[in-house]
Design a protein around this ligand. Structure first.
Ligand SMILES: Cc1cc2nc3c(=O)[nH]c(=O)nc-3n(C[C@H](O)[C@H](O)[C@H](O)COP(=O)(O)O)c2cc1C
Length: 169
């Protein structure tokens, strides 16, 4: 199989980490992949906070509500940006976030996309000094994996409608 397809299927949500630090060079490489993403009118609404300080990593993962597994991750990456007035914000940020995750998997790192909605902003933003006009799109614990997950597709023919939608297809 093509190398890119293999890595896409290798990307799984990894929630167990050794606790070792994540090499900065690898994070930079993954951020280059994130910023290669397409965006509406190429506005690139993304920025990223990268946290490696152990106490802050743990505090962020606890504060999120569904990311406590990440307390001993080597890093947390927070894709963020100004959402107001950016028509394609969610789609652009999702494209960058998925690129980031695929690149991290390719570099042998484990990570999980933890969703951020309006209700979680107030708990996360102050921990990294983000002002209120910035929206944190995801919280991503990153680390050296301490678990292995099998690569897989979730290919399902029932979800495919060739040429046009047919109910019951
Ligand atoms: C928008 C979004 C929000 C998610 N939020 C969480 C989360 O808060 N905590 C968590 O442990 N996993 C979270 N996940 C990871 C999903 O549970 C995971 O992607 C899904 O179970 C499929 O497994 P896989 O990533 O290994 O393919 C989220 C994924 C997405 C795309």
């Amino acid at each position: 199989m093509d190398d890119v397809l293999q890595v896409i299927m290798k990307r799984r949500s990894v929630r167990k980490f050794t606790g070792e630090p994540v090499p900065r060079e690898k994070i930079i490489t993954a951020l280059k992949a994130a910023m290669a993403a397409p965006s509406g009118m190429n506005r690139q609404p993304w920025s990223f906070v990268v946290v490696t300080n152990k106490e802050t990593v743990a505090a962020l993962c606890q504060a999120h509500g569904h990311a406590a597994f990440g307390v001993n991750a080597g890093a947390v990456i927070l894709p963020f940006g100004k959402k107001v007035g950016e028509k394609w914000f969610d789609q652009d940020m999702a494209a960058a976030t998925e690129n980031l995750l695929i690149a991290l998997a390719n570099l042998g790192l484990g990570a999980t996309w933890c969703g951020m909605d309006d209700s979680r902003q107030g708990a996360i933003r102050p921990l990294v000094g983000l002002p209120k006009d910035q929206f944190v799109f995801a919280l991503i614990p990153v680390g050296i994996p301490a678990e292995e997950k099998a690569p897989r597709t979730q290919y399902d023919t029932k979800r495919i409608h060739w040429e046009a939608y047919r109910p019951g297809d």
